[in-house]
Design a protein around this ligand. Sequence first.
Ligand SMILES: Cc1cc2nc3c(=O)[nH]c(=O)nc-3n(C[C@H](O)[C@H](O)[C@H](O)COP(=O)(O)OP(=O)(O)OC[C@H]3O[C@@H](n4cnc5c(N)ncnc54)[C@H](O)[C@@H]3O)c2cc1C
Length: 376
Amino acid sequence: MEQKIFDCAIIGGGLAGLTLAIQLADSGCTVILFEKESYPFHKVCGEYISMESYSFLERIGIPLSSMHIPMITEVLVSSVNGNSLTRKLDMGGFGIRRYTLDAAMAKLAVQKGVTLLEQTKVTDIKREGDLFQIKTAQGNFSSKLACGAFGKSSVLERPLGRLTAKSAGEKNYVGVKYHVKTDLPDNRIELHNFNDGYCGISKVDGDVYCLCYLTGSENLSRSGNSIKTMERNILMQNPFLQRYFTHSHFLYDEPLTISQVTFKRKSQVANGILILGDAAGSIAPLCGNGMSLAMHASFIAAPLILDFLKGRLTHQELCMIYEKQWKEHFSKRIKTGERIQHLFGKNILTNAAIGTLKLFPKLADALISMTHGKPF
Ligand SMILES: Cc1cc2nc3c(=O)[nH]c(=O)nc-3n(C[C@H](O)[C@H](O)[C@H](O)COP(=O)(O)OP(=O)(O)OC[C@H]3O[C@@H](n4cnc5c(N)ncnc54)[C@H](O)[C@@H]3O)c2cc1C
């Protein structure tokens, strides 16, 4: 039997891959989406989505307004010594578990006609002539175009020639996430600094709170690779975190963790494959907007892909225009995030910064708004 050639193959069913698949299927394209896990599943993520994505999600068919999700309108930031600043969020956001959102999107994608292969890890991808050949343990597939939305780290970095040597001073981070029952206003996100890290906490659907932190991997090795020891000795030096860790009900026996998180600059096109989401470049999580960036990239890519499939753009033009538009939209925000990330987690600096921002609250508002984009 002759092998089916899909219009577009998407590797990775996180927010970038799923939203792209839905938009392309809506426009009549044949789409195959590969996801190595199976839905629903949890992910290490703070689960705060900035409002810039709200109307986009509703437009593509995720009925957020009837999903009983908390709307977040203020932020509290604390320094390591517990000095804190509270500000209203101009744009704000909402809280939803990835367990809920990714699964709802996967269901919608299938309803729209996307061929979704779960528990299917892509191990190699090559361009041969005008087609892309995608290799998985479950078989090989062909498509006219391929998109990589495989997140921060993937076995695909090597075949795509993007595995760069570790540069001097490059930091590795560890991410840890819990769902907890605790007491915190529903409309507030809190961001608490500790030595070499920060921890966010805010409400999500299902009447629980997401407590998620990112820290330099040295903190873990210094704690004998014990998360509990690290939390007790390092995170709980911040009085807010001391209270959350000792007075909350933790819903999992063990937290969800990821290691070897880096914030390297990445390319948006590799071997003719369009790269989206964290795989194309990620913003520091404390800016809370990686998910919006991932979805916004799909919103940029979808109409360009349609132009290519309809013969209005060559493949080379598609790659060039996508890369240019990606940089125009996101490069500045990612750089701002990098600068703020350097400041966070440093005892003296955050103590001083919170003190200064309390005196000049408009400066705090300006910093916050630089990390949030416009609705799309
Ligand atoms: C600690 C932490 C906290 C964060 N908090 C927030 C927050 O509060 N708000 C926010 O907006 N952002 C936050 N982020 C960032 C956010 O999680 C990411 O920006 C977002 O998930 C990116 O979406 P994505 O689709 O690019 O990747 P992902 O959501 O990571 O999806 C990639 C998918 O690809 C799959 N995959 C990988 N390789 C393969 C393969 N070879 N074959 C098949 N499938 C594959 C993976 O299983 C995964 O499902 C946080 C990140 C961290 C680390």
